[in-house]
Write a protein that binds this ligand. Structure first.
Ligand SMILES: [Mg+2]
Length: 316
């Protein structure tokens, strides 16, 4: 028995940006609607009209315990919906079931949900299981957000920002930005504290803190990362020459996780983190507008209940 049957879900609230990402939101919406309505579930639709609207819907919709939020899109839409849900005054924490269809779907991938196929994703959700997923609570000054996928700083942050400025390039923008920023960005100084114990004060060429194991479709960043083990994984490189950084990034881009065996790459599994850098040095949180250092990060184990594919079934 899948999650929808076992929790007696009667309503889903689909939140979709019709013009965002790959502009396939309305097609995915129609495909998913047919599956849920066929199962006798009421399907309500909310189209977003401005940045942050998905978050506002999740924060303010009238929700009942058995309802499910259905963000349609990529990690950005899911990020908004989860942050809206956690900001609710009534603390109604309903299930969230993402229908992956963005340019990055790392969380959807980790949940075993098919991307760009509303029919297959909805079927997997109906037959799926509840996954209590760890979130990263990020505090920067008076700003506070919950991250689902990744924090990056330095090279990777610059890469993400550069890619965002070039959305017109589609998925290729990440490769282009990767090379562009590789030559532009140098090592940066910071003091990093892991779990309140280990302090490293150094200059760093690369810094990533991740929840999900993927870095793209069929490409794995960190094979042993798990979204529900109570830890996030930090991968970093201290100051490297351009040649060594190119080597590391090329191995990272192979997408098989083998880059972790490089002598230049260090790895920690952590529950909390403090990042202190040069004043206002930006950190990218789930591709969102940058949060300036100093920044505190804490894992909140199982803080959101997402619906993923049943791990008993192989998805085709
Ligand atoms: Mg983990």
């Amino acid at each position: 028995m899948g999650v929808v049957a076992s929790t007696e879900v009667t309503r889903v609230h689909a939140i979709v940006n019709p013009y965002g990402g790959k502009k396939n939101g309305l097609r995915l919406l129609d495909e998913a609607r047919r599956v849920f309505e066929h199962g006798g579930i009421r399907f309500l639709t909310y189209e977003t009209e401005y940045a942050g609207h998905a978050r506002d819907y999740a924060r303010s919709l009238l929700l009942e315990e058995a309802d499910v939020l259905l963000p349609i899109g990529g990690d950005g839409t899911l990020f908004e919906v989860v942050n809206g849900l956690l900001a609710r005054d009534d603390e109604q924490h309903v299930l969230v079931a993402p229908v992956p269809g963005g340019s990055s779907n790392y969380m959807g991938q980790s949940l075993g949900l098919p991307a760009d196929d509303g029919d297959a994703a909805a079927r997997a959700i109906v037959a799926g299981e509840v996954r209590p997923v760890d979130l990263g609570h990020v505090q920067s000054g008076d700003r506070s957000v919950h991250a689902l996928c990744a924090l990056s700083w330095g090279y990777i942050e610059e890469l993400t920002a550069c890619a965002e400025r070039n959305r017109w390039m589609g998925v290729q923008r990440y490769t282009a930005a990767g090379f562009h920023e590789l030559w532009k960005t140098g090592p940066r100084p910071a003091r990093i504290t892991f779990d309140g114990e280990e302090v490293i004060e150094d200059t760093f060429s690369l810094f990533l803190c991740v929840n999900t194991e993927y870095m793209g479709r069929d490409r794995v960043l960190l094979p042993e990362a798990r979204i529900d083990d109570g830890y996030w994984d930090v991968i970093f490189c201290r100051a490297l020459s351009k040649t060594h950084l190119v080597e590391v990034v090329a191995r990272m881009n192979q997408g098989d996780g083998s880059w972790l065996s490089s002598d230049h790459v260090e790895h920690r599994r952590i529950r909390s983190l403090e990042l202190v850098g040069e004043n206002g040095d930006p950190v990218n949180v789930d591709g969102e507008p940058n949060l300036p250092m100093p920044l505190r990060f804490e894992v909140e184990p199982g803080a959101v209940r997402l619906v993923g594919a049943s791990r008993g079934d192989a998805l085709t």
